[in-house]
Design a protein around this ligand. Structure first.
Ligand code: NAP
Ligand code: F7E
Length: 351
């Protein structure tokens, strides 16, 4: 009997150089996909999270291609989609930092909101009927939650930043292109997810990097903002798998992806410190609150008002029962594993 020649699936990843883009690329390559990643031009290298995917001698991987492009540039999107005609598109590109979105609101809206519109409109113009689209939606869309109930696909949105507002626009734009033009466009409403590859200014990475350096006596203290915000932190490696599952589901839909475990920033610090054998006691209130290393009486955590946001999301905990039931997905990694993985990575940098 002749061998069946199964065509490899082709995916475009916008945001390939980011935390999720790099893990998703690894995941899809293992599934035998051909990947086209889009990176934007920058004056210094922005590919350190994906450099290992290429072979080190020829800097080549026959299933992995990188293209210059920008989600604020419609022409680059249109011509790439026309050339590649992918089976799947993952839109992970965004100005993804909530605090930064207060400082650069217009650019945040241009990339995070209009970027999604540009890709969806390109799919429509090119009449790519078989192309499936994944939108990286965010728990930040839920925003101001008055009750401490968990959030699911039916919870209403009340964003508290231009980042959140932009993600709401991209969410509804995806639903609209699905309903009006029949495009397979799905939203993954992902709660916070972290990893050793997390950007250094997000709170988990900042805490772990800071505490490891304090432990190694390379830093004296760490300055933070709101210690009482509650988040639902998962591992990015777990979450990229669901992105793929979402596009394999029989119809386009919207999905909450989370762990359903809540934790305040302060509790996260205490957990990390304990794993590093730093014994922290807390003193004072408000902006004067400090974390003191009980063993030497030195202040290791201070608060700085520059990290306090004009709009804050105080409570996030995701109810992922729909994904659990229909996608058969649940997180593999606990927050304890996540912290240990991140600590291990930081410590290795100093070996
Ligand atoms: P990230 O590490 O900040 O990665 C963002 C990616 O977007 C990077 O590759 C970045 O390129 C790229 N990008 C930014 N502006 C661009 C532009 N104008 N044109 C082309 N590419 C651009 O974010 P992440 O944590 O991987 O998150 C991936 C996506 O999921 C984002 O859309 C984020 O908003 C969303 N999300 C994240 C979480 C989370 O907890 N991580 C939760 C929910 C949703 P550079 O490398 O050049 O900066
Ligand atoms: O802040 C508080 C801060 O910046 C978490 C993005 O991936 O997840 C992420 O957005 C909490 C906030 O993440 C500092 O006020 C205290 O309450 O790590 P973060 P985020 O804002 O939740 C969502 C789901 C996304 O979609 C986003 O793309 O921690 N916090 N002190 C601090 N935060 C930072 N960054 N730095 C501090 O010093």
């Amino acid at each position: 009997m002749g061998k069946i020649n199964k065509r490899k699936k082709v995916a475009i990843i916008f945001g390939i150089t980011g935390q999720d883009g790099s893990y998703l690329a690894e995941f899809l390559l293992k599934k035998n996909y051909i990947i086209h990643g889009v990176k934007r031009r920058s004056s210094s290298a922005n590919t350190e999270r994906i450099d290992h995917i290429f072979d080190s001698i020829n800097f080549r991987n026959k299933n992995f291609f990188i293209h210059y492009g920008d989600i604020t540039d419609s022409s680059s999107i249109l011509s790439l989609l026309n050339k590649v005609k992918p089976d799947e598109i993952y839109n992970l590109a965004a100005q993804s930092h909530v605090k930064v979105s207060f400082d650069i609101p217009e650019y945040t809206a241009n990339s995070t909101a209009l970027g999604a519109l540009r890709i969806l409109e390109s799919i429509k113009i090119l009449n790519l009927k078989k192309t499936k689209y994944y939108q990286a939606s965010s728990s930040e869309m839920f925003g101001k939650q008055v009750s401490k109930k968990s959030q699911n696909e039916k919870t209403s949105f009340h964003p508290m930043s231009i980042y959140g507002v932009s993600k709401v626009f991209a969410y509804h734009t995806s639903v609209f292109y699905r309903e009006a033009y029949g495009i397979f466009a799905s939203n993954g409403i992902l709660f916070n997810h972290e990893s050793p590859r997390r950007g250094p200014t997000f709170v988990t990475k900042k805490i772990i990097q800071g505490l490891v350096r304090i432990k190694l006596k390379k830093q004296k203290f760490l300055s933070l903002g709101n210690l009482y915000a509650v988040r639902d932190w998962g591992h990015a490696q777990d979450y990229v798998e669901t992105m793929w599952k979402i596009l394999q589901y029989k119809k386009a839909d919207d999905w909450v992806i989370a762990t359903n475990v809540e934790m305040s920033v302060k509790k996260f610090i205490n957990k990390c410190a304990k794993k590093l054998n730093i014994n922290i006691i807390w003193k004072n209130k408000g902006l004067n609150e400090v974390g003191i290393n009980k063993d030497n009486n030195e202040v290791v955590i201070k608060l700085d008002k520059k990290y306090i946001r004009p709009g804050e999301v105080n409570y996030l905990r995701g109810d992922y029962s729909k994904a659990k039931k229909l996608l058969k997905w649940k997180p593999k990694y606990t927050v304890d594993y996540l912290i240990e993985d991140m600590i291990r990575y930081e410590k290795n940098l100093y070996k």
